[in-house]
Ligand binder design. Sequence first.
Ligand code: ADP
Ligand code: MG
Length: 294
Amino acid sequence: STMPPLLSAIANAGRHGVLAKSAVVMERLGQVDTVALDKTGTLTEGTPRVTDIIPLPGGGLDENALLHLAASAEHSSEHPLARAVVRAARERGLTPAEASGFTSTPGSGVTATIGGHAVRAGAPARLAAAGDADLDDAVTSLENGGRTAVLIMRDDLPVGVLGVADRLRTDAKATVAALTELTGRPPVLLTGDNERAARHLAAEVGITRIRAGLLPQDKVAAVREWEAEGRRVLVVGDGVNDAPALAAAHTGIAMGKAGSDLALETADAVVVRDELATIPAVVALSRQARRLVV
Ligand code: ADP
Ligand code: MG
């Protein structure tokens, strides 16, 4: 074909299932030497399930009441954890109650007013100070098992914890290996989730460098730190919490299927076929095209 190499590469990337938004993006993909992967929805399938429902003594709720309260708070959130909570409630025939004043804090959790009570659901480390022995035990045992703990607070009292688990993508391990080969260094895991769950999962795919417990701006700080060292960073993510890092990076790729609108709009390229292995493939395509341009 007589098409310029970078445009041919865009078409080829499309055939592989990645939509690059411009020729400049197509060129930049081949320049990256450091890859940062988000955990939930990126390395994992992004359809987590509730595995544990643990009412705390003092909260006075049984399993169904706890799950119902959590689902009512999470109802308006598009976070994969929120969807898991709402799905689990529906599977038990529980319909989320009316909530008002819903707010969501990316990387942390949600708040809402339900039946006159202030309800929060989210990361235990962000919502409650350590020190409640029942709470700490429940959270530690969930996280040691590679689960994400979602704490439910009602009027500032911890009333229960949900355990949520997500499956690793089947191509995660092969993708990590391919990216290591292409860039000469293993990808880094950047996650808002807790360190224990992150380590558990990273070990399964061959990732050794992890930064956990990150807020959206911490992901940006990590990217800027590496770019200040002269690296060209590729960020792969799906969430609202990843959008600032997707924007700050040399190149940002969003996972299309589970991806939030903000991530899809902010990223330079979007994985439209729901496979992680498309990413090393397009990096390689970009490099081939650049060899033809130069
Ligand atoms: P990741 O970087 O792994 O995609 P996020 O930054 O989206 O994770 O979220 C980080 C942590 O914040 C989650 O592990 C969870 O503890 C908490 N969190 C964020 N949003 C919610 C929510 N809607 N419900 C419960 N927990 C949440
Ligand atoms: Mg994510």
